[in-house]
Design a binder for this molecule. Structure first.
Ligand SMILES: Cc1cc2nc3c(=O)[nH]c(=O)nc-3n(C[C@H](O)[C@H](O)[C@H](O)COP(=O)(O)OP(=O)(O)OC[C@H]3O[C@@H](n4cnc5c(N)ncnc54)[C@H](O)[C@@H]3O)c2cc1C
Length: 431
């Protein structure tokens, strides 16, 4: 029989959404267990784009100085051009200096997560289990009352007042709970790769390059360029079969400033494949369960918003549910009752407009720009982009949406350092 444990909030998934939620709840004195199936956070080419909306949240948590100690690159400019003309030339410094953060911090995701975990561990209510894989929900009386997981010691039941699916775009918990997202489709997949950057290389920031039937984004990471090479959906296998001998000249044609270095791509093992998907759950909750981050809505890579929306979901969830969970924690009957579904539903109500609004902009860009370019057609851009003033206005509106977020969240939960009520009943006998 599986060993049984209890917590107030069980979070499946130690990505940006799960770890940030774990930190905020533990900080507010809510007993929380985060489960991560991997043994570390070391995954290359994940969301590294820490936008001003996330920097603001870190600031409110007093973590910006620690973040600054992590070696990273700050980006302020975004450009996009075809081989003959500039379509977007935008600078985050255009925003008034009353905004404290006017840059994107390119922080490796494992450093970002490690920073959050180190901070969370100061709170006794925080528990992170690595190498712990969620197997499915514990269901009883029509509600989800925790989850089952497996680690090196075997299988366990973790009973909880609220269970959160923060286990990413392929969420096991979401599937097991019968929650199916609505798929909006994407015309492209992405190949991520890196090519060295020399001190005398021209250009910095983030630049989009549009060629004939091809498109790429180059991100200045200091000593290397991080490249996102866009390919028509479903063509990765064919490109691999054609071999690197055919792929490298395509890279060199589109990014001529790197033509003398494309030989650095000498093995497909150095190229990471991202199958792009855009989807959203029509309902983010079931009794006792809430999905957030990629598990609730997978974003297109356009704008690099995925990690930032995951963090915003976590902040909104903590703002809305930390106090009710803290109160529930004191109730001896808490594992027999279903946590108020109406409270849980508030999270989706709060986050639907930012999520759907951002996805709307991404889908428009996918249809009018990416899909057409990869299909060998001219992009269909609004007439306003043809003049300098119009281009600047459009760039500012888009950057406002992508960098600062729609309805940005702020940390409103208390810091109850060291206060946990009641003391956690770990390894209670199964009832
Ligand atoms: C190759 C790639 C490049 C990307 N680039 C960018 C970018 O530049 N900018 C950007 O903003 N976003 C980017 N994204 C998207 C971004 O990484 C996600 O939107 C963001 O990480 C979502 O956070 P999350 O916490 O919701 O989910 P995730 O980061 O996916 O975290 C989910 C976690 O759950 C764990 N997990 C899964 N199943 C289980 C289970 N059964 N039990 C326990 N744990 C489990 C996973 O191991 C993972 O650590 C990229 C994604 C990929 C794949």
């Amino acid at each position: 029989m599986p060993e049984s444990e209890t917590t107030t909030c069980a979070i499946s998934g130690g990505g940006p959404a799960g770890v940030m939620l774990g930190l905020l709840l533990a900080r507010a004195g809510v007993q929380v267990t985060v489960l991560e199936k991997h043994g570390d956070f070391l995954r290359d080419f994940r969301g590294d784009t820490v936008h001003p909306s996330t920097l603001q949240v870190l600031d409110e948590l007093g973590l910006v100085d620690d973040l600054e100690r992590i070696p990273h690159r700050n980006l302020t400019t975004l450009r996009m051009s075809t081989l003959t003309r500039t379509l977007v030339d935008a600078d985050l410094q255009w925003f008034p200096s009353t905004r404290k953060y006017r840059h994107i911090a390119m922080i490796p995701q494992w450093d970002f997560l490690t920073l959050l975990v180190e901070h969370a561990r100061r709170y006794p209510a925080f528990r992170l289990l690595m190498n712990a894989e969620t197997l499915g929900p514990i269901e009883h009386g029509g509600a989800i009352r925790g989850l089952r997981y497996r680690d090196a010691h075997g299988e366990h039941d973790l009973r909880a007042v609220l269970t959160v699916a923060a286990d990413g775009r392929r969420s096991d918990l979401r599937r097991a709970a019968g929650m199916i997202p609505v798929d909006f489709g994407a015309p492209m997949d992405v190949l991520w790769l890196r090519i060295s950057r020399r001190p005398d290389d021209e250009g910095n920031g983030l630049t989009g390059h549009i060629g004939k039937g091809e498109m790429a984004v180059a991100i200045d990471r200091g000593d290397y360029w991080q490249i996102a090479f866009l390919i028509p959906k479903g063509t990765y296998q064919r490109i691999r079969e054609q071999g690197l001998e055919e792929f490298r000249p395509r890279l060199a044609r589109l990014l001529p400033f790197l033509a003398d270095r494309v030989d650095e791509i000498d093995d497909w093992g150095t190229v990471a494949f991202l199958s792009v998907g855009v989807n959203r759950l029509s309902r983010w909750d079931r009794p006792g369960l809430l999905a957030i981050g990629d598990a609730a809505h997978t974003m297109s890579p356009i704008g690099g918003v995925g990690i930032n929306l995951a963090v915003q979901d976590a902040v909104a969830t903590a703002n809305l549910l930390a106090e009710p969970l803290h109160r529930a924690q004191a109730d001896p009957d808490r594992f027999r009752k279903t946590f108020n579904p109406r409270l849980v539903q508030r999270v989706q109500r709060r986050r639907t407009i930012p999520t759907a609004g951002t996805q709307y902009v991404q889908l428009l860009a996918q249809r009018k720009l990416v899909g057409r370019v990869l299909g060998g057609k001219e992009p269909q851009l609004p007439a306003i982009l043809s003049g300098e003033r119009g281009r600047r206005l459009m760039s500012q509106i888009l950057m406002r949406i992508m960098m600062y977020g729609i309805l940005p969240e702020h940390v409103r939960t208390p810091d109850r350092a060291g206060v946990v009520s009641p003391s956690p009943a770990v390894h209670e006998p199964t009832t």
